[in-house]
Design a binder for this molecule. Structure first.
Ligand code: X8Z
Ligand code: ZN
Length: 615
């Protein structure tokens, strides 16, 4: 997860930016010489000096906060929560003071790089700290507590047996027992019930912090990080979603029909949204695990990476080393030994950790790590590439000034590892000895369907999570309606529905990591569109002649060089410039994802003839 901050290290964002705090109104002990409240006219030189000093100061505060956040995430207890919340708040409060000072340069004419740094500083929060110190401290504690509640979450059955999210995830993926799936689906959502009052309080405090920094609310703060006016950002997302929607509806139609055949149309009615417990994933966000239920009738060879990993005796470490070797094949330097010494790859037996995968950069130099409770599946092999994408990005921009150390926009950070994972094609799997034979073209529909069940199915989920949060932050959705609004959006965008009536105290958004974890989610929507643009551009650069869904850039130093040139820009330029550098276009555009899956669309349309689609 890499909570993108602006420039603060990922980790910090993790907790710190997410924490918050405010400006004590007494003059801060500023080493920055920003003439706060003086009569003197501020100059461009003042702005530069201010930014230089602010960067130095924030850099110093970041590392201990990052280290404490790491200890908390890998060893959840009362003390690690307290230390992490404390240091995170210190950083956050000081950053808010600096942001307030930065705002004073709004009307001063400064060079472009300084202007960008000032803006990034003002915009750097996920949860902005309110100016009242008691409130900022409270926000920090709430944020840590919600994170921990999710991390410690488990479902205990009536017979006393308890399952954690890893175990539940695996059952959701593999079980076809409708009653069990419903029990698990409902059971996991109980972890979120006690989160609701805390979340309500957090929303109020974070909005206060946002207002103290001059934003209308936290929704405006979140939408304002995309090099365009905050109010224009949702329209860009809508346009992109509308490009993908017909494809999604075709996939949805086919999947619903096949699930109806398997479970019966009384369980899966053919004119309603799909019950959310039958799609192979706890949140119905990716559907690749039910490929066997919806696959083409004609037998198709589709590599089973989970089985191949097992056959070849891959353990967690070998999976990580293999993923790293993809990046080094492109010309990236190997990860430092400390990555292997300090990362967490497996779930410890003796303590609580936050298992949700994340990538960390503790010192903005070379102390890179991932934290992940790896399961030995093909799905997790992809997630390892996703996380390493974060780490290689972090290292690529480490020499940028501190406020430019981040991705072009947060969708870019999420897209890099996924872009690499799109190159895990049969050709590549054969190259590394995971399969013996490359299936011929007659199997392409099967392979494309397998990938679309993850990538196309995800798109509306990637969009709806923050549609909900933006409404919550803006006050359009109030606490009494949290859950109802959530399900309205789930139905509207994804066409999935709750399999059982939701109880009055349900807080289903809290069952998805990024809500209690306060990680913005639109980034994943952006990433799902961008990764196909990146993949296409890199395949062209690598000189791959075949269809883009069979292309692997493995071993292409040219592709690696082009990718690195974009990554090392960090956030020094608007994201449109970074996109143009690699792809030649300044527009986020779903044409590439649609082109990738084009043969499948035709096949889906044939399957859907005579079926009633829509919900
Ligand atoms: O949270 C993640 C990554 C860490 S940034 C594992 N992802 C989203 C999710 O799991 O919901 C990757 C795709 C979407
Ligand atoms: Zn990520």
């Amino acid at each position: 997860m890499l909570k993108q901050k602006m420039a603060l290290s990922a980790v910090m964002l993790g907790l710190s930016m997410a924490l918050s705090a405010c400006q004590p109104k007494e003059a801060p002990d500023t080493t920055t010489q920003a003439p706060v409240g003086t009569e003197q006219k501020l100059t461009a030189e003042d702005a530069k000096t201010f930014i230089e000093n602010a960067q130095k100061e924030m850099e110093k505060l970041q590392m201990p906060a990052a280290q404490a956040a790491w200890v908390y995430a890998t060893y959840i207890n009362q003390d690690s929560a307290a230390v992490s919340a404390y240091l995170s708040e210190k950083l956050s409060v000081r950053t808010a003071e600096l942001a307030e000072e930065a705002a004073k340069f709004r009307d001063v004419e400064v060079d472009a790089a300084t202007r960008r740094k000032l803006d990034l500083l003002v915009n750097s929060f996920v949860l902005a700290p309110p100016a009242d110190p008691d409130k900022s401290e409270r926000l920090s504690k709430l944020s840590a507590e919600l994170d921990g509640m999710y991390g410690k979450g488990e479902y205990c059955r009536e017979n006393g047996e308890c399952w954690d999210l890893g175990q539940l995830t695996s059952k959701m993926a593999n079980s076809r027992d409708e009653a069990l799936l419903k029990e698990i689906w409902t059971g996991w959502r109980q972890v979120a019930v006690p989160m609701k009052p805390l979340y309500e309080e957090l929303v109020t405090l974070a909005n206060e912090g946002a207002r103290d920094l001059g934003f209308k609310d936290t929704s405006e703060l979140w939408r304002g990080k995309y090099d365009m006016p905050a109010d224009e950002f949702p329209a860009m997302l809508d346009n992109t979603w509308n490009q993908v929607k017909p494809f999604y509806e075709a996939l949805h139609c086919h999947v619903r029909a096949e699930l109806g055949e398997y479970y019966g149309t009384d369980v899966v009615p053919q004119d309603k949204p799909i019950p959310a417990h039958l799609l192979g994933n706890m949140w119905a966000q990716t559907w690749g695990n039910i490929y066997e239920l919806v696959k083409p009738e004609r037998k198709m060879q589709v590599p089973d990476v989970t089985a191949a990993l097992k056959d070849q005796d891959y353990d967690e470490l070998k999976m990580v080393r293999q993923a790293e070797s993809f990046f080094t094949s492109l010309g990236f330097e190997p990860l430092p030994e400390t990555f292997y010494e300090r990362s967490l790859f497996t779930q410890p037996a003796d303590r609580e950790v936050i298992c949700h995968a994340s990538a960390w950069d503790l010192d903005d130099k070379d102390d890179l790590r991932i934290k992940m409770c790896i399961q030995k599946t093909g799905e997790e092999f992809n997630v390892i590439h996703h996380e390493l994408g974060h780490n290689f990005y972090q290292r690529a921009y480490k020499d940028q000034p501190m406020l430019f150390r981040g991705s072009a926009n947060d969708g870019f950070h999420e897209a890099i590892g996924d872009t690499i994972a799109l190159s895990i094609t049969p050709k590549y799997l054969k190259q590394i000895g995971l399969i013996d034979e490359i299936p011929d073209e007659s199997n392409d529909i099967g392979m494309l369907l397998q990938v679309a069940l993850d990538k196309i199915a995800f798109v509306p989920f990637g969009l709806m999570v923050d549609q909900w949060r933006w409404k919550v932050f803006s006050g359009e959705v109030t606490p009494e309606n949290y859950n109802q609004a959530w399900w309205e959006l789930r139905e509207k965008y994804q066409g999935v529905m709750a399999p059982v009536d939701r109880p009055a105290d349900a807080f289903d958004p809290g069952s998805k990591y990024h809500v209690p974890g306060n990680t913005p989610y639109t980034r994943y929507f952006l990433a799902h569109i961008l990764q196909f643009q990146f993949h296409k551009a890199l395949c062209d650069i690598a000189g791959d002649q075949g269809p883009v869904h069979r292309c692997s850039i493995y071993g292409s130093k040219e592709a690696g060089k082009a990718l690195n040139e974009m990554l090392e820009m960090g956030m020094s330029q608007p994201w449109q410039d970074a996109l143009e550098k690699l792809t030649g276009t300044r527009e986020m555009d779903a044409t590439a994802i649609l082109a990738y899956f084009a043969p499948l669309k035709q096949w889906l349309d044939e399957q859907n003839q005579g079926r009633q689609c829509g919900w």
